[in-house]
Design a protein around this ligand. Structure first.
Ligand SMILES: *[C@@H]1O[C@H](CO)[C@@H](O)[C@H](O)[C@H]1NC(C)=O
Ligand SMILES: *[C@@H]1O[C@H](CO)[C@@H](O)[C@H](O)[C@H]1NC(C)=O
Ligand SMILES: *[C@@H]1O[C@H](CO)[C@@H](O)[C@H](O)[C@H]1NC(C)=O
Length: 392
């Protein structure tokens, strides 16, 4: 019996292979039927049994092979995983942090305490510089920070190709955070801002967070800026409803149901926020995903995501105005840039005292603490005016 079956198997396998090669499965089945009709009953049963056994062994073989391959694949995946650095215990890789490291960074930052933990000196202000390259106006900032150690922290996000490091005596020495390429107006810019916030949140004494560019200048001395920010119960994140095409016109109904047109806000990218708002921003994944998908140029995510997010999650914590002055009077999509000949006391004082706004429920004419965009050629005249501007 077993010999018959064995022979039968060999014959059937050969036959099967031959026929499969010709891709004539239907013909094979037909032939099998015809041949089985001609055979006596007993032989026909053996035939049927043989066919069943044959096909079930083939399928078992296929299943076993699949299981084996799956096992191999999983093992190799785990091996790769074991070899890669553990983001919890090893520092994020410098310059080219992976998305994994970014995720881990945000997660850690969103778990940081929401209220600032006071050191003996008092709360700190985190100055976060989002730059393309170096800081051309750094001498001005050096004199701004001079003598106020313990009241500020500095974080710099540059282009990853920039490897320059200021001298050890500089306040900017070793303040760069692991950075990635930023495309202006795209979500990679928001990623950089979130990266800066995540780093700054991990210092528990940081209570306020300012975002600055390399073209920003301080308009007052450190003492004034520090007091203005740390005494404010509200954040300074520009947020308004702009009915024009460059405002509401950039909204997409595809953002529904998460973001409606009445939630939609616009504002200056350069913000100053409290620790609670900063923690709210790095913890947000829901709205950020919606903006990444549906706010692409000509919708500029840096002008809409944070103003809209803060309007959604904590509107009562925002003053809705920025403390970073910029000149939009020239029109166009880029603000005015100032050069050496523009630097005069009257011009600077107009920015410093020329507007009215509300501060902690009172009207004040000190509405701006920083201004942009200042070309490197303004450094020399600004340094000359420093004693007047900063009382130093
Ligand atoms: C800022 O705007 C929000 C609405 O977006 C409002 O709830 C809040 O009271 C405003 N803040 C101030 C200080 O007016
Ligand atoms: C600011 O308010 C003061 C007094 O209330 C007023 O004299 C001045 O013209 C206002 N300035 C601006 C730019 O509105
Ligand atoms: C800072 O500027 C204010 C006026 O804005 C001035 O009263 C103060 O003396 C200055 N502080 C220092 C340390 O220069």
């Amino acid at each position: 019996m077993s010999r018959i079956l064995k022979n039968y198997f060999v014959a059937k396998t050969n036959q099967y292979n031959k026929i499969m090669k010709k891709q004539k499965v239907t013909a094979f089945v037909k032939e099998l039927n015809v041949r089985m009709m001609k055979e006596p009953i007993a032989l026909r049963y053996i035939h049927i049994l043989g066919t069943v056994v044959f096909f079930s062994s083939v399928s078992s073989l296929v299943i076993l092979l699949a299981l084996y391959l799956n096992q191999r694949l999983q093992t190799s995946l785990f091996l790769v995983d074991d070899l890669s650095p553990n983001p919890l215990t090893s520092p994020p890789p410098h310059s080219s942090g992976s998305d994994m490291a970014d995720e881990e960074l945000m997660t850690r930052a969103s778990m940081a305490p929401r209220g600032a933990v006071m050191n003996e000196a008092g709360p700190k202000v985190a100055f976060m510089f989002l730059t393309r390259w170096d800081l051309p106006l750094s001498p001005l900032w050096e004199s701004f920070f001079q003598g106020h150690e313990g009241f500020y922290s500095i974080y710099i996000h540059t282009s990853p190709e920039f490897t320059g490091e200021p001298p050890e005596s500089s306040v900017f020495y070793k303040k760069k955070i692991p950075s990635k390429t930023v495309e202006w107006g795209r979500s990679s810019m928001m990623d950089a801002e979130r990266r800066l916030l995540s780093h700054a949140l991990q210092e528990p004494s940081n209570a306020r967070f300012v975002l600055l560019s390399e073209t920003c200048i301080p308009l007052f001395n450190f003492t004034t800026v520090y007091a203005y920010l740390t005494r404010s119960t509200r954040s300074f994140l520009g947020s308004f409803d702009d009915p024009r095409p460059m405002g509401r016109g950039r909204y997409s109904p595809k953002m529904l149901p998460h973001v409606s047109l009445s939630d939609w806000r616009k504002g200056n990218q350069w913000f100053e926020i409290s620790r609670r708002v900063a923690a709210g921003i790095v913890s947000d994944h829901r709205y950020y995903a919606v903006f990444k998908d549906h706010c692409r140029p000509p919708c500029y995510i840096d002008e809409h995501y944070l103003p809209t997010l803060v309007n959604k999650i904590c509107p009562e914590m925002n003053s809705n105005r920025t403390v970073t002055w910029v000149d939009w009077s020239r029109g166009g999509s880029h603000p005015g840039r100032f050069v050496r000949k523009d630097i005069r006391v009257e011009f600077l004082d107009r920015i410093r005292f020329g507007s009215n706004c509300s501060y902690e429920g009172e009207v004040t004419n000190v509405c701006f603490l920083f201004a942009r965009k200042f070309h490197v050629s303004t450094l020399e005249p600004l340094m000359k005016l420093a004693p007047y501007l900063y009382g130093i």
